[in-house]
Design a protein. Structure first.
Length: 68
């Protein structure tokens, strides 16, 4: 899968070229415009919410077996 975001300069498709992990919940992603006449590069930030890691798992409930 390829990350794409519209180029803020010309509106063409921008393709993710590099990704850097900043923290456990934040990444910086560098994009490059797919239009060769534009060629604009730009950086975005992806942040995941909630920032608390990890979300604790609930214990499994006991279930009764079904009699057939």
């Amino acid at each position: 899968m390829r990350f794409t975001i519209a180029c803020p300069h010309c509106g063409a498709r921008g393709i993710a070229r590099a990704m850097e992990k900043v923290t456990d919940t934040e990444y910086q992603i560098d994009f490059q415009c797919d239009d060769v006449t534009c060629g604009h590069t730009y950086r975005t930030r992806l942040e995941m919410f909630p920032p608390e890691l990890p979300i604790p798992r609930r214990p499994r409930r006991d279930t009764q077996e079904l009699a057939f």
